[in-house]
Write a protein that binds this ligand. Structure first.
Ligand code: BES
Ligand code: MN
Ligand code: MN
Length: 451
Protein backbone atom coordinates (compact mmCIF):
# COMPACT_ATOMS: atom_id res chain seq x y z
CA UNK A 1 0.00 0.00 0.00
CA UNK A 2 2.93 2.28 0.64
CA UNK A 3 3.45 2.85 -3.11
CA UNK A 4 -0.25 3.50 -3.65
CA UNK A 5 -0.29 6.11 -0.91
CA UNK A 6 2.83 7.81 -2.31
CA UNK A 7 1.30 7.82 -5.78
CA UNK A 8 -1.83 9.65 -4.61
CA UNK A 9 -0.25 11.70 -1.85
CA UNK A 10 -0.34 15.07 -3.61
CA UNK A 11 -3.95 14.67 -4.59
CA UNK A 12 -4.88 13.65 -1.04
CA UNK A 13 -3.14 16.69 0.43
CA UNK A 14 -4.91 18.97 -2.07
CA UNK A 15 -8.24 17.57 -0.98
CA UNK A 16 -7.38 17.95 2.68
CA UNK A 17 -6.53 21.59 1.95
CA UNK A 18 -9.99 22.15 0.45
CA UNK A 19 -11.60 20.67 3.54
CA UNK A 20 -9.43 22.81 5.84
CA UNK A 21 -10.43 25.98 4.00
CA UNK A 22 -13.97 25.73 5.34
CA UNK A 23 -14.21 27.50 8.75
CA UNK A 24 -16.58 24.98 10.33
CA UNK A 25 -16.47 26.39 13.86
CA UNK A 26 -19.33 24.70 15.69
CA UNK A 27 -19.35 26.99 18.74
CA UNK A 28 -19.95 30.24 16.83
CA UNK A 29 -23.41 30.82 15.39
CA UNK A 30 -22.04 33.15 12.70
CA UNK A 31 -20.33 30.07 11.19
CA UNK A 32 -23.48 27.94 10.94
CA UNK A 33 -23.42 28.06 7.14
CA UNK A 34 -19.75 27.09 7.06
CA UNK A 35 -20.47 24.06 9.21
CA UNK A 36 -23.19 23.10 6.69
CA UNK A 37 -20.72 23.61 3.87
CA UNK A 38 -18.16 21.31 5.50
CA UNK A 39 -20.85 18.63 5.99
CA UNK A 40 -21.76 18.81 2.29
CA UNK A 41 -18.12 18.79 1.25
CA UNK A 42 -17.53 15.65 3.30
CA UNK A 43 -20.70 13.93 2.05
CA UNK A 44 -19.62 14.66 -1.49
CA UNK A 45 -16.19 13.26 -0.86
CA UNK A 46 -17.68 10.05 0.60
CA UNK A 47 -19.89 9.70 -2.45
CA UNK A 48 -16.95 10.21 -4.82
CA UNK A 49 -14.95 7.37 -3.30
CA UNK A 50 -17.87 4.96 -3.72
CA UNK A 51 -19.69 5.07 -0.38
CA UNK A 52 -23.42 4.44 -0.62
CA UNK A 53 -26.49 5.78 1.20
CA UNK A 54 -24.62 9.01 1.80
CA UNK A 55 -26.74 11.50 3.74
CA UNK A 56 -26.36 14.86 5.40
CA UNK A 57 -28.66 14.37 8.37
CA UNK A 58 -30.00 17.58 9.86
CA UNK A 59 -30.31 17.84 13.64
CA UNK A 60 -31.35 20.58 16.06
CA UNK A 61 -27.75 21.72 15.79
CA UNK A 62 -25.18 20.87 13.12
CA UNK A 63 -25.64 17.93 10.71
CA UNK A 64 -24.37 14.37 10.96
CA UNK A 65 -22.77 12.93 7.82
CA UNK A 66 -23.48 9.26 7.17
CA UNK A 67 -22.38 6.86 4.42
CA UNK A 68 -21.83 3.13 4.18
CA UNK A 69 -20.67 0.26 2.00
CA UNK A 70 -22.10 -3.06 3.14
CA UNK A 71 -21.38 -5.66 0.47
CA UNK A 72 -18.63 -7.70 2.16
CA UNK A 73 -20.87 -10.56 3.16
CA UNK A 74 -19.81 -12.44 6.26
CA UNK A 75 -17.06 -9.93 6.99
CA UNK A 76 -16.93 -7.62 10.00
CA UNK A 77 -18.36 -4.11 10.00
CA UNK A 78 -16.34 -1.10 11.07
CA UNK A 79 -18.00 2.19 11.97
CA UNK A 80 -15.71 5.19 11.52
CA UNK A 81 -16.45 8.16 13.78
CA UNK A 82 -14.80 11.57 13.56
CA UNK A 83 -15.70 15.25 13.65
CA UNK A 84 -15.62 17.85 10.90
CA UNK A 85 -16.21 20.79 13.25
CA UNK A 86 -13.28 22.80 14.59
CA UNK A 87 -12.44 25.11 17.48
CA UNK A 88 -12.56 28.90 17.13
CA UNK A 89 -9.36 30.33 15.68
CA UNK A 90 -8.72 33.34 17.89
CA UNK A 91 -6.32 34.94 18.78
CA UNK A 92 -5.78 35.49 15.05
CA UNK A 93 -2.67 37.66 15.44
CA UNK A 94 -0.72 34.70 16.81
CA UNK A 95 -1.09 32.62 13.63
CA UNK A 96 1.93 32.67 11.33
CA UNK A 97 -0.38 32.07 8.38
CA UNK A 98 -4.18 32.46 8.42
CA UNK A 99 -6.07 29.57 10.09
CA UNK A 100 -8.25 28.78 7.07
CA UNK A 101 -5.59 29.21 4.42
CA UNK A 102 -3.79 25.85 4.75
CA UNK A 103 -0.09 25.76 3.90
CA UNK A 104 2.57 23.06 4.05
CA UNK A 105 5.81 23.98 5.85
CA UNK A 106 8.49 21.48 6.95
CA UNK A 107 6.31 18.49 6.19
CA UNK A 108 3.44 19.80 8.31
CA UNK A 109 0.13 21.18 7.16
CA UNK A 110 -0.91 24.29 9.11
CA UNK A 111 -4.60 25.18 9.56
CA UNK A 112 -7.32 25.10 12.18
CA UNK A 113 -8.61 21.51 12.22
CA UNK A 114 -5.45 20.06 10.64
CA UNK A 115 -4.93 17.50 13.40
CA UNK A 116 -8.26 17.98 15.26
CA UNK A 117 -9.89 16.38 13.44
CA UNK A 118 -10.14 16.93 9.69
CA UNK A 119 -6.68 15.55 8.90
CA UNK A 120 -7.13 12.50 11.08
CA UNK A 121 -10.65 11.91 9.79
CA UNK A 122 -9.54 12.10 6.15
CA UNK A 123 -7.10 9.23 6.82
CA UNK A 124 -10.11 6.89 6.88
CA UNK A 125 -11.79 8.38 3.83
CA UNK A 126 -8.59 8.08 1.81
CA UNK A 127 -7.84 4.57 3.11
CA UNK A 128 -11.31 3.47 1.98
CA UNK A 129 -10.73 5.12 -1.38
CA UNK A 130 -7.44 3.28 -1.92
CA UNK A 131 -8.83 -0.08 -0.82
CA UNK A 132 -11.71 0.32 -3.26
CA UNK A 133 -9.40 1.32 -6.10
CA UNK A 134 -7.16 -1.68 -5.41
CA UNK A 135 -10.04 -4.09 -5.35
CA UNK A 136 -12.39 -3.22 -8.28
CA UNK A 137 -14.65 -0.98 -6.24
CA UNK A 138 -14.94 -3.39 -3.35
CA UNK A 139 -13.90 -3.10 0.28
CA UNK A 140 -12.45 -6.06 2.22
CA UNK A 141 -14.93 -5.40 5.04
CA UNK A 142 -18.18 -3.52 5.62
CA UNK A 143 -17.81 0.13 6.47
CA UNK A 144 -20.02 2.84 7.93
CA UNK A 145 -19.05 6.47 8.37
CA UNK A 146 -20.76 8.55 11.05
CA UNK A 147 -19.12 11.96 11.21
CA UNK A 148 -20.47 14.80 13.31
CA UNK A 149 -20.20 18.58 13.41
CA UNK A 150 -20.65 19.08 17.16
CA UNK A 151 -17.82 17.26 18.92
CA UNK A 152 -16.22 20.48 20.10
CA UNK A 153 -19.50 21.41 21.78
CA UNK A 154 -19.91 17.97 23.43
CA UNK A 155 -22.13 16.22 20.85
CA UNK A 156 -25.59 17.25 22.12
CA UNK A 157 -27.41 15.84 19.08
CA UNK A 158 -25.35 12.79 18.15
CA UNK A 159 -26.16 11.08 21.43
CA UNK A 160 -29.95 10.85 20.81
CA UNK A 161 -29.25 9.97 17.15
CA UNK A 162 -27.25 6.92 18.22
CA UNK A 163 -29.96 5.86 20.70
CA UNK A 164 -32.56 6.06 17.91
CA UNK A 165 -30.46 4.37 15.21
CA UNK A 166 -28.83 1.40 16.91
CA UNK A 167 -29.49 -0.92 13.94
CA UNK A 168 -28.24 1.51 11.33
CA UNK A 169 -25.03 2.12 13.28
CA UNK A 170 -24.40 -1.40 14.61
CA UNK A 171 -20.81 -2.52 14.08
CA UNK A 172 -18.13 -4.93 15.27
CA UNK A 173 -15.86 -2.02 16.12
CA UNK A 174 -16.06 1.76 16.24
CA UNK A 175 -12.84 3.25 14.94
CA UNK A 176 -11.83 6.80 15.83
CA UNK A 177 -8.73 8.81 14.95
CA UNK A 178 -8.89 11.86 17.20
CA UNK A 179 -6.14 11.23 19.77
CA UNK A 180 -2.36 11.46 19.93
CA UNK A 181 0.91 9.56 19.76
CA UNK A 182 3.13 9.66 22.89
CA UNK A 183 5.78 11.35 20.77
CA UNK A 184 6.85 11.35 17.12
CA UNK A 185 8.31 7.86 17.30
CA UNK A 186 5.87 6.23 19.66
CA UNK A 187 2.36 5.48 18.40
CA UNK A 188 -0.48 5.00 20.87
CA UNK A 189 -3.96 3.57 21.09
CA UNK A 190 -5.75 5.43 23.83
CA UNK A 191 -7.61 3.28 26.37
CA UNK A 192 -9.42 5.87 28.43
CA UNK A 193 -10.79 9.34 28.00
CA UNK A 194 -11.82 11.62 30.81
CA UNK A 195 -15.38 12.88 31.05
CA UNK A 196 -16.17 16.56 31.27
CA UNK A 197 -18.46 19.04 32.90
CA UNK A 198 -18.37 22.74 32.13
CA UNK A 199 -20.30 25.57 33.74
CA UNK A 200 -20.50 29.31 34.00
CA UNK A 201 -20.87 31.24 37.25
CA UNK A 202 -22.28 34.79 37.24
CA UNK A 203 -21.94 36.77 40.40
CA UNK A 204 -23.68 40.07 41.16
CA UNK A 205 -23.44 42.43 44.10
CA UNK A 206 -24.98 45.93 43.89
CA UNK A 207 -27.31 46.84 41.02
CA UNK A 208 -24.66 49.09 39.46
CA UNK A 209 -20.90 49.75 39.43
CA UNK A 210 -20.03 52.36 42.06
CA UNK A 211 -17.37 55.03 42.62
CA UNK A 212 -14.55 53.33 44.52
CA UNK A 213 -13.93 56.48 46.53
CA UNK A 214 -17.47 57.07 47.72
CA UNK A 215 -18.42 53.41 48.14
CA UNK A 216 -15.21 51.35 48.16
CA UNK A 217 -14.62 49.62 51.48
CA UNK A 218 -18.28 50.00 52.35
CA UNK A 219 -20.06 47.70 49.88
CA UNK A 220 -19.30 44.21 48.52
CA UNK A 221 -17.05 44.09 45.44
CA UNK A 222 -18.12 41.48 42.86
CA UNK A 223 -14.57 40.75 41.72
CA UNK A 224 -13.32 40.28 45.29
CA UNK A 225 -16.28 38.00 45.90
CA UNK A 226 -15.73 35.81 42.87
CA UNK A 227 -12.02 35.54 43.62
CA UNK A 228 -12.82 34.31 47.13
CA UNK A 229 -15.44 31.91 45.82
CA UNK A 230 -13.06 30.49 43.22
CA UNK A 231 -10.27 30.24 45.78
CA UNK A 232 -12.52 28.04 47.92
CA UNK A 233 -12.63 25.36 45.20
CA UNK A 234 -9.16 23.90 45.90
CA UNK A 235 -7.07 23.32 48.99
CA UNK A 236 -3.38 24.16 49.22
CA UNK A 237 -2.46 20.63 48.14
CA UNK A 238 -4.18 20.93 44.79
CA UNK A 239 -7.20 18.81 45.81
CA UNK A 240 -10.68 19.87 44.81
CA UNK A 241 -12.51 20.94 47.97
CA UNK A 242 -16.05 20.45 46.65
CA UNK A 243 -17.71 17.95 49.00
CA UNK A 244 -18.45 14.65 47.21
CA UNK A 245 -16.40 15.59 44.14
CA UNK A 246 -14.21 12.48 44.36
CA UNK A 247 -17.12 10.02 44.60
CA UNK A 248 -16.58 7.29 41.99
CA UNK A 249 -12.89 8.05 41.46
CA UNK A 250 -10.98 4.76 41.50
CA UNK A 251 -8.38 4.26 44.21
CA UNK A 252 -4.99 4.69 42.57
CA UNK A 253 -4.03 1.08 43.30
CA UNK A 254 -0.76 -0.61 42.33
CA UNK A 255 -1.85 -1.95 38.94
CA UNK A 256 -3.36 1.27 37.71
CA UNK A 257 -0.36 3.30 38.81
CA UNK A 258 2.00 0.82 37.19
CA UNK A 259 0.10 0.99 33.91
CA UNK A 260 0.25 4.78 33.91
CA UNK A 261 3.95 4.80 34.82
CA UNK A 262 4.72 2.71 31.74
CA UNK A 263 3.93 5.67 29.50
CA UNK A 264 7.16 7.63 29.04
CA UNK A 265 7.17 11.20 30.31
CA UNK A 266 10.06 13.63 30.35
CA UNK A 267 9.37 16.35 32.91
CA UNK A 268 12.37 18.46 32.06
CA UNK A 269 11.55 18.44 28.38
CA UNK A 270 8.02 19.58 29.11
CA UNK A 271 9.18 22.35 31.45
CA UNK A 272 11.61 23.61 28.84
CA UNK A 273 9.14 23.43 26.02
CA UNK A 274 6.48 25.33 27.97
CA UNK A 275 8.97 27.67 29.68
CA UNK A 276 7.66 27.01 33.17
CA UNK A 277 9.81 26.48 36.24
CA UNK A 278 7.67 23.87 37.87
CA UNK A 279 4.79 21.62 37.03
CA UNK A 280 1.75 21.78 39.29
CA UNK A 281 -0.98 19.53 40.61
CA UNK A 282 -2.60 17.36 43.21
CA UNK A 283 -0.01 16.36 45.79
CA UNK A 284 1.14 12.75 45.70
CA UNK A 285 0.53 12.15 42.00
CA UNK A 286 2.74 12.14 38.91
CA UNK A 287 2.01 14.22 35.81
CA UNK A 288 0.64 11.18 33.94
CA UNK A 289 -1.62 10.40 36.89
CA UNK A 290 -2.79 13.98 37.35
CA UNK A 291 -3.75 14.26 33.69
CA UNK A 292 -4.86 10.69 33.04
CA UNK A 293 -6.54 9.05 36.02
CA UNK A 294 -7.31 11.91 38.42
CA UNK A 295 -10.22 14.32 38.07
CA UNK A 296 -9.66 18.07 37.91
CA UNK A 297 -11.51 21.34 38.21
CA UNK A 298 -10.02 24.18 36.18
CA UNK A 299 -10.99 27.81 35.93
CA UNK A 300 -11.00 28.49 32.19
CA UNK A 301 -11.56 32.21 32.45
CA UNK A 302 -12.60 35.00 34.78
CA UNK A 303 -13.99 38.40 33.92
CA UNK A 304 -15.40 41.40 35.67
CA UNK A 305 -14.84 45.01 36.47
CA UNK A 306 -12.80 47.44 34.43
CA UNK A 307 -10.33 45.97 31.92
CA UNK A 308 -9.93 48.85 29.46
CA UNK A 309 -7.03 51.22 28.92
CA UNK A 310 -5.77 53.19 31.88
CA UNK A 311 -7.80 53.38 35.05
CA UNK A 312 -11.43 53.58 36.11
CA UNK A 313 -11.87 53.74 39.87
CA UNK A 314 -14.94 51.61 40.50
CA UNK A 315 -16.33 48.97 42.75
CA UNK A 316 -17.51 46.44 40.15
CA UNK A 317 -20.97 44.90 40.59
CA UNK A 318 -20.64 41.90 38.26
CA UNK A 319 -18.15 39.11 37.67
CA UNK A 320 -18.18 35.85 35.77
CA UNK A 321 -16.11 32.68 35.70
CA UNK A 322 -16.04 29.69 33.36
CA UNK A 323 -15.08 26.37 34.86
CA UNK A 324 -14.50 22.91 33.43
CA UNK A 325 -13.95 19.62 35.23
CA UNK A 326 -12.36 16.45 33.86
CA UNK A 327 -13.91 13.33 35.30
CA UNK A 328 -12.72 9.75 35.68
CA UNK A 329 -13.95 6.30 36.68
CA UNK A 330 -17.56 6.29 37.86
CA UNK A 331 -17.88 10.01 38.43
CA UNK A 332 -21.25 11.20 37.16
CA UNK A 333 -21.25 14.66 35.55
CA UNK A 334 -24.79 15.49 36.75
CA UNK A 335 -23.93 14.59 40.32
CA UNK A 336 -20.70 16.56 40.20
CA UNK A 337 -22.72 19.53 38.94
CA UNK A 338 -25.09 19.24 41.92
CA UNK A 339 -22.15 19.07 44.33
CA UNK A 340 -20.68 22.24 42.80
CA UNK A 341 -24.05 24.02 43.14
CA UNK A 342 -24.10 23.12 46.84
CA UNK A 343 -20.53 24.29 47.27
CA UNK A 344 -21.21 27.63 45.61
CA UNK A 345 -24.35 28.18 47.69
CA UNK A 346 -22.32 27.55 50.83
CA UNK A 347 -19.17 29.50 49.93
CA UNK A 348 -20.50 32.51 48.05
CA UNK A 349 -19.51 35.59 50.06
CA UNK A 350 -22.40 37.39 51.73
CA UNK A 351 -23.80 40.24 49.72
CA UNK A 352 -23.50 38.38 46.41
CA UNK A 353 -26.13 36.72 44.22
CA UNK A 354 -24.94 33.84 42.07
CA UNK A 355 -26.46 32.17 39.02
CA UNK A 356 -24.95 29.04 37.48
CA UNK A 357 -25.46 27.57 34.06
CA UNK A 358 -24.34 24.13 32.90
CA UNK A 359 -22.57 24.38 29.54
CA UNK A 360 -21.72 20.78 28.63
CA UNK A 361 -21.29 17.36 30.12
CA UNK A 362 -19.73 14.04 29.09
CA UNK A 363 -19.10 10.72 30.82
CA UNK A 364 -15.63 9.22 31.18
CA UNK A 365 -14.89 5.98 29.31
CA UNK A 366 -12.45 3.15 29.76
CA UNK A 367 -11.59 0.60 27.07
CA UNK A 368 -9.96 -2.82 27.24
CA UNK A 369 -6.60 -2.87 25.46
CA UNK A 370 -6.81 -6.67 25.24
CA UNK A 371 -9.83 -6.54 22.94
CA UNK A 372 -8.89 -8.32 19.67
CA UNK A 373 -10.13 -5.34 17.63
CA UNK A 374 -7.63 -3.13 19.51
CA UNK A 375 -4.81 -5.67 19.33
CA UNK A 376 -5.27 -5.97 15.55
CA UNK A 377 -5.02 -2.21 15.26
CA UNK A 378 -1.78 -2.42 17.26
CA UNK A 379 -0.50 -5.01 14.77
CA UNK A 380 -1.21 -2.62 11.91
CA UNK A 381 0.74 0.22 13.55
CA UNK A 382 3.62 -2.14 14.24
CA UNK A 383 3.74 -3.16 10.58
CA UNK A 384 3.82 0.41 9.32
CA UNK A 385 5.81 2.21 12.04
CA UNK A 386 8.00 -0.68 13.19
CA UNK A 387 6.99 0.06 16.80
CA UNK A 388 4.13 -1.46 18.78
CA UNK A 389 1.78 1.22 20.16
CA UNK A 390 1.48 1.92 23.88
CA UNK A 391 -1.93 2.19 25.54
CA UNK A 392 -2.09 5.53 27.37
CA UNK A 393 -4.97 7.09 29.29
CA UNK A 394 -5.82 10.38 27.70
CA UNK A 395 -6.65 13.51 29.67
CA UNK A 396 -8.90 15.00 26.97
CA UNK A 397 -12.48 14.03 26.22
CA UNK A 398 -14.38 12.75 23.21
CA UNK A 399 -17.88 12.90 24.66
CA UNK A 400 -19.58 10.44 22.30
CA UNK A 401 -17.13 7.57 22.79
CA UNK A 402 -18.83 6.49 26.01
CA UNK A 403 -22.20 6.50 24.21
CA UNK A 404 -20.88 4.37 21.32
CA UNK A 405 -19.36 1.85 23.75
CA UNK A 406 -22.51 1.61 25.86
CA UNK A 407 -25.32 1.86 23.30
CA UNK A 408 -23.75 -0.08 20.43
CA UNK A 409 -21.96 -2.44 22.82
CA UNK A 410 -18.96 -2.50 20.48
CA UNK A 411 -15.26 -2.06 21.19
CA UNK A 412 -14.05 1.44 20.40
CA UNK A 413 -10.58 1.64 18.85
CA UNK A 414 -8.98 5.03 19.47
CA UNK A 415 -6.28 4.81 16.83
CA UNK A 416 -4.89 8.33 16.90
CA UNK A 417 -2.34 9.85 14.54
CA UNK A 418 -1.94 13.28 16.13
CA UNK A 419 0.71 14.71 18.43
CA UNK A 420 -0.08 16.71 21.57
CA UNK A 421 2.48 19.26 20.36
CA UNK A 422 0.49 20.00 17.18
CA UNK A 423 -1.23 22.99 18.81
CA UNK A 424 -4.74 21.62 18.80
CA UNK A 425 -7.19 24.29 20.03
CA UNK A 426 -4.34 26.84 19.78
CA UNK A 427 -2.79 29.15 17.16
CA UNK A 428 -0.70 27.45 14.46
CA UNK A 429 -2.43 24.09 14.67
CA UNK A 430 -0.77 21.63 12.31
CA UNK A 431 -0.60 17.97 11.35
CA UNK A 432 2.52 16.01 10.39
CA UNK A 433 1.99 14.82 6.81
CA UNK A 434 4.10 11.77 7.56
CA UNK A 435 1.40 10.64 9.97
CA UNK A 436 -1.27 11.47 7.41
CA UNK A 437 0.28 9.15 4.81
CA UNK A 438 1.45 6.49 7.26
CA UNK A 439 -1.97 6.72 8.91
CA UNK A 440 -3.61 5.85 5.60
CA UNK A 441 -1.26 2.87 5.26
CA UNK A 442 -2.00 1.77 8.82
CA UNK A 443 -5.76 1.92 8.34
CA UNK A 444 -5.47 0.01 5.03
CA UNK A 445 -3.45 -2.68 6.82
CA UNK A 446 -5.96 -2.83 9.67
CA UNK A 447 -9.07 -3.11 7.52
CA UNK A 448 -7.45 -5.71 5.25
CA UNK A 449 -6.37 -7.70 8.28
CA UNK A 450 -9.90 -7.62 9.74
CA UNK A 451 -11.26 -9.35 6.64
N1 BES B 1 -9.60 15.48 19.90
C1 BES B 1 -9.95 16.14 21.12
C2 BES B 1 -9.75 15.23 22.33
C3 BES B 1 -8.32 15.04 22.66
C4 BES B 1 -7.61 16.09 23.24
C5 BES B 1 -7.65 13.90 22.36
C6 BES B 1 -6.26 15.95 23.50
C7 BES B 1 -6.30 13.76 22.61
C8 BES B 1 -5.60 14.79 23.18
C9 BES B 1 -11.38 16.60 21.04
O1 BES B 1 -11.67 17.21 19.81
C10 BES B 1 -11.63 17.65 22.09
O2 BES B 1 -11.01 18.67 22.02
N2 BES B 1 -12.58 17.41 22.96
C11 BES B 1 -13.02 18.41 23.89
C12 BES B 1 -14.39 17.99 24.36
C13 BES B 1 -15.07 18.97 25.25
C14 BES B 1 -15.61 20.14 24.46
C15 BES B 1 -16.21 18.29 25.95
C16 BES B 1 -12.05 18.50 25.04
O3 BES B 1 -11.42 17.52 25.43
O4 BES B 1 -11.88 19.62 25.56
MN1 MN C 1 -11.00 16.09 18.23
MN1 MN D 1 -10.87 19.30 19.92
Amino acid sequence: MKEQVQLHKDQFIDELKQFLQIPSISALSEHKQDVQKAAKWLANSLEKIGMENVEVIETDGHPIVYGDWLHAEGKPTVLVYGHYDVQPSDPLELWETPPFDPVVRDGKIFARGATDDKGQLMIHVKAAELLMKENNGKLPINMKFCIEGEEEVASPNLSPFIQNNKEKLSADAVVVSDTSFINKKQPAICTSLRGALALEIKLKTANTDLHSGSYGGGVPNAVHSIVRLLESLHDEKGKVKVKGFYKGVPEPAGDLRKEVAEIPFDEEEMRNELEIEELYGEEGFTFNERTGIRPTLEINGVGGGFQGEGLKTIVPSEAVAKISCRLVGEQDPSEVYDRILEHVEKYKPSGSRVTIQKLIQAHPVSLDSKDPMIQKAADAYEKVYGVRPLFPKEGGSIPIVEVFARVLDAPVVLMGFGLNTENLHAPNEHFHLENFTKGIETVCEYLSDLS
